[in-house]
Design a protein around this ligand. Structure first.
Ligand code: SF4
Ligand code: SF4
Length: 399
């Protein structure tokens, strides 16, 4: 369980190639991972059609640098780029091309000559070893590849607190199939176990994280805030990579369900190599407001004296900023439980139906959906410091 971390300040091709080569070099190098005849899938994070400077998706230059390195080991025609964007976005060539164009990935494919997936096909596969899930739909290029290279992005996530190497593998599940998983796994713990099942089954040969321009706050979509992090991370173990990123973000087992799952290595058991010290935590990193959700929801005082009112008062909920909303209807389409209706010129939420999956916030192209708490939860968050920013500040250390 090794994780290589190299500093890289900006998206400049020669710097990126150097950082990628050195970070993977700390694990033995690309030559130890890719065989001469391999068909390789590059799986970036292409959550939605967003420009690279929004930090929602893996940067196109990061991908381009990676392709140029890998094509020294295999023919460029053996390299395919594929992803299925966020839950509820139809997995069709038309929708994929829209995402490819906006994120700059289409230009990368044209420039390098690698294959850009247009096949909307998928197959159902069994996950015998899965703890939460035993069967999933997987997009064809992920099944056809000899090796998957997981090009994940450093981001926060309102549902799972962070999204890194493990959650990026959820993108092998085609568009609408993801909705079913949100419906079935309504607790964060169960949803996270399902993500781990998928990542362990797909077993990417290598995960490389674009942590140069990362995201903090209300990620992983347009509501999140880009933040310069300046790191490239590499590992052959996606669980170990996320354990390191969690530590750098200032998260611990209390605040991140992923770290409590069986099979996820403890930070101290991971060999951290490269350019940061094991004590390093990013100063003032802002977590999503939902990061303190577990502590708020399980608050003993509120639950003892205010039940059943407490659940309503403590649970975070989505709201729309009508000034930013363009009434595009995406949130209504992606909501897995039909809890959103557009009536007249307003987006209306049915909070009795709402699962708190926050797909609406994740996929709103305008970043118009915020997550709010009622007064009691706000009081607890502010008083106890369970909110994202306070938590990060409390854990701040620097090397
Ligand atoms: S997705 Fe965003 S912009 Fe579109 S209708 Fe919903 S809140 Fe408005
Ligand atoms: S309204 Fe509720 S259930 Fe629907 S997408 Fe938003 S958070 Fe999920």
């Amino acid at each position: 369980m090794k994780v290589g971390v190299i500093k890289c300040d900006r998206y400049q091709k020669d710097l990126l190639k150097d950082a990628l080569t050195r970070s993977v070099g700390l694990l033995g190098g690309f030559e130890n991972i890719i065989e001469p005849d391999d068909k390789v899938l590059l799986k970036p994070n292409l959550l939605l059609a967003a420009k690279p400077d929004r930090a929602v998706t893996t940067h196109p230059l990061f991908l381009e640098a990676c392709i140029e390195i890998i094509s020294q080991h295999i023919p460029v025609g053996n390299i395919t780029i594929a992803d299925s964007p966020g839950a509820g976005i139809a997995y069709t060539a038309e929708k994929l091309n829209k995402v490819y164009r906006q994120t700059g990935i289409m230009d990368v494919a044209q420039k390098t000559g690698c294959v850009l997936n247009q096949d909307p096909g998928y197959q159902t596969v069994a996950l015998k070893e899965g703890k939460a899930i035993k069967k999933i739909d997987v997009i064809n290029p992920a099944l056809e590849a000899d090796k998957i290279i997981n090009l994940c992005k450093w981001k926060t996530h309102t549902l799972t607190t962070m999204t890194g190497a493990v959650k990026n593998m959820f993108g092998v599940v085609p568009g609408f199939s993801k909705v079913g998983h949100h419906l079935r796994f309504t607790s964060v713990e169960a949803f996270t176990q399902m993500l781990v099942d998928i990542a362990c089954h797909m077993k990417p040969a290598l995960s490389i994280m674009d942590g140069i321009l990362g995201m903090e706050g209300e990620g992983p979509g347009m509501k999140g805030t880009p933040r310069h992090i300046g790191l490239v991370l590499a590992s052959t173990d996606c669980l170990a990579m996320d354990a390191v990123v969690a530590k750098l973000m200032g998260l611990d087992t209390e605040s991140l369900p992923l770290l409590r799952l069986e099979g996820v290595p403890a930070f101290d058991d991971i060999q951290l190599r490269g350019e940061i010290s094991p004590e390093y935590v990013i100063k003032d990193f802002i977590l999503p407001t939902t990061a303190g959700r577990k502590q708020v929801m399980e608050n003993r005082f509120a639950n003892k004296y205010l039940m059943p009112l407490a659940k309503t008062l403590l649970n975070p909920y989505p709201v729309t900023d009508q000034a930013t909303c363009t009434l595009c209807g995406t949130c209504q389409k992606v909501c897995p439980h039909q809890a959103i209706k557009i009536r007249g010129k307003q987006v209306k939420f049915d909070y009795r139906r709402c699962l708190r999956c926050f797909c609406c916030s994740e996929l709103c192209p305008e970043g118009a959906v915020s997550i709010k708490y009622k007064w009691l939860a706000n009081l607890l968050l502010n008083k106890a410091g369970w909110g994202g920013k306070r938590k990060a500040l409390k854990h701040s250390e620097n090397d």
